[in-house]
Ligand binder design. Structure first.
Ligand code: HEM
Length: 456
């Protein structure tokens, strides 16, 4: 019920407003430029191929790790989340990503149950209007643009009427993500700033939640269609259904942690997803043409509707293939706290299991000798056929009970944005584009994504 209300009244409309705003802002300046000597050869090295599908053992600092490559074992690990647990982030990274994304056991199950309804997107309706750029063509780094687009969508869909505060949160989290990247790369640990940002985030969110709870109690109309309201309503219902036992719901602090998790998990990944899609369609213009033809046939110049989006076959194939080659969360890590058998291995507590999604997606045994090539036609008969029915060999959103809660949201948001971009622009790589995927928090381009956009 709640999900239907969110879906029907909130999301697409708000995504539309966000895109409209995004498309009418002026293009950012290109900053870093480097010539690409041989794009084709650098691309074929993007995805490390894995001719020997063996589980390998490595030490990372003091921590022993096993690289798990077999889909059957990956399936076992991801399905038994009571045995294979998430690795606890350090105290600074915890400031950025917390809540449902790091909880375990009963606490995780409780949050997942309360949050799930807010993420069902089946009936989303569309209302998009996008302004054209003034010029007929221009060179720009689309990365900050796409960041802004997704940074606009989440506040609108999640916090609707509290949009302005939502934007401030986005800016603060962007800074926090950048600092976390520095921590990951061990350049410098700007702990004091991380904590300062966290205090600001918590203060803004507390104010937002308090305000929303007050207006919900007063029955103020027009505020019940965003994620925050759904989350608070679902939480209240859970408490009421258990005889007003507050322990059955989420605490104020936990609501804040989950809101932070959506912001962080949702924004960067979706913007990078769109970005790699545009890059790959620039490198493979024949697929850009096919996608645009399909979009034109389905919508012409009209606003895309949800039903039409669901029927786009070529666009879906392309998006599946982009997520295969560029799975934004390139690896998933789990750990164990007691002696555990896995396949023919006996694992000791404390060992870390590295599930390299990006390597599984490039495995020759599953995807064939051309595993590293961009070939959307692999998915022409759907994902199961593309993987030759090998379960858990395509997992851009992970798998099992802890599969990404926002996967449908992300796919719809990205598809909608891509359709609207294809309706209005053609694009190719700019001479200043450098292909340099890098992995820090997310799979992203090291030097931005310089493309030449032309009015279509
Ligand atoms: C293309 C975009 C996205 C990709 C590729 C992606 C990928 C993933 C992956 C691989 C995981 C599992 C991580 C692990 O188990 O260690 C995950 C978890 C999660 N994602 Fe996403 N995600 C995307 C978009 C989103 C969006 C839009 C949201 C929310 C608005 C979101 C919220 C979450 C949350 C809360 C979790 C933790 C779920 C749990 O532990 O129960 N993600 N995501």
């Amino acid at each position: 019920m709640i999900a239907d209300r969110l879906v029907a009244r909130c999301s697409m409309e708000k995504i539309a407003v966000a895109v409209e705003r995004w498309s009418s802002s002026s293009p950012p300046m290109a900053t870093i430029t480097k010539p690409t000597a041989n794009l084709a050869s650098s691309l074929s090295n993007d995805v490390a191929s894995s001719p020997h599908r063996k589980n390998s053992f490595i030490w990372v600092g003091p921590v022993p790790r096993v690289n798990i490559m077999e889909p059957e074992l990956i399936k076992e690990i991801l399905s038994k989340n009571d045995v294979f647990k998430k690795v606890k982030p350090n105290s600074l990274a915890r400031l950025l990503i917390g809540g449902i994304a790091v909880y375990e056991d009963e606490q995780w199950a409780k949050h997942r149950k309360i949050l799930n309804p807010a993420f069902h997107m089946e009936n989303v309706m569309s209302k998009w209007e996008m302004l054209l750029l003034e010029k007929s063509s221009c060179d720009l780094d689309v990365q900050p643009y796409l960041d802004n687009l997704t940074g606009d969508v989440i506040p609108r869909t999640a916090f609707g009427s509290s949009y302005e505060e939502g934007r401030t949160l986005f800016e603060l989290q962007k800074e926090q993500a950048e600092l976390t990247r520095q921590i990951v790369q061990s350049v410098y640990i700007p702990g004091w700033r991380m904590k300062e940002i966290n205090n600001e985030l918590v203060a803004i969110m507390s104010e937002m939640i308090n305000k929303r709870e007050r207006s919900m109690k007063l029955g103020v109309a027009g505020q019940d269609d965003d994620l925050l309201s759904l989350l608070l309503t679902s939480n209240m219902r859970e408490i009421q259904e258990h005889g007003n036992n507050k322990d059955m719901g989420m605490s104020f602090e936990e609501v804040i942690e989950d809101c932070k998790a959506f912001y962080f998990a949702g924004q960067e990944s979706t913007s990078n997803f769109l970005l790699w899609t545009m890059v790959l369609l620039s490198i493979h213009p024949e697929w850009q043409v096919r996608a645009r033809e399909e979009v034109w046939k389905a919508f012409r110049n009209n606003k895309p509707d949800f039903d039409g989006l669901n029927h786009l076959k070529i666009v879906t194939m392309i998006m599946n293939e982009v997520l295969r080659l560029y799975p934004l969360a390139a690896t998933v890590i789990r750990t164990i706290h007691k002696d555990t058998k896995l396949g023919n291995m006996t694992l000791l507590p404390g060992i870390e299991l590295l599930l390299p999604i990006i390597l599984v997606h490039g495995d020759h045994d599953i995807w064939g000798k051309d595993a590293t090539r961009f070939k959307p036609e692999r998915f022409s008969q759907g994902i199961a056929n593309g993987t030759k029915n090998q379960q858990v060999s395509y997992l851009p959103f992970s798998w099992g009970p802890r599969i990404c809660i926002g996967n449908n949201f992300a796919l719809i948001e990205a598809k909608l944005a891509l359709v609207m971009i294809l309706q209005r622009f053609s694009f190719k790589l700019s001479p200043s584009y450098t292909h340099a995927p890098t992995y820090a928090v997310n799979l992203q381009p090291q030097y931005g994504a310089h493309l030449t956009l032309s009015k279509f």
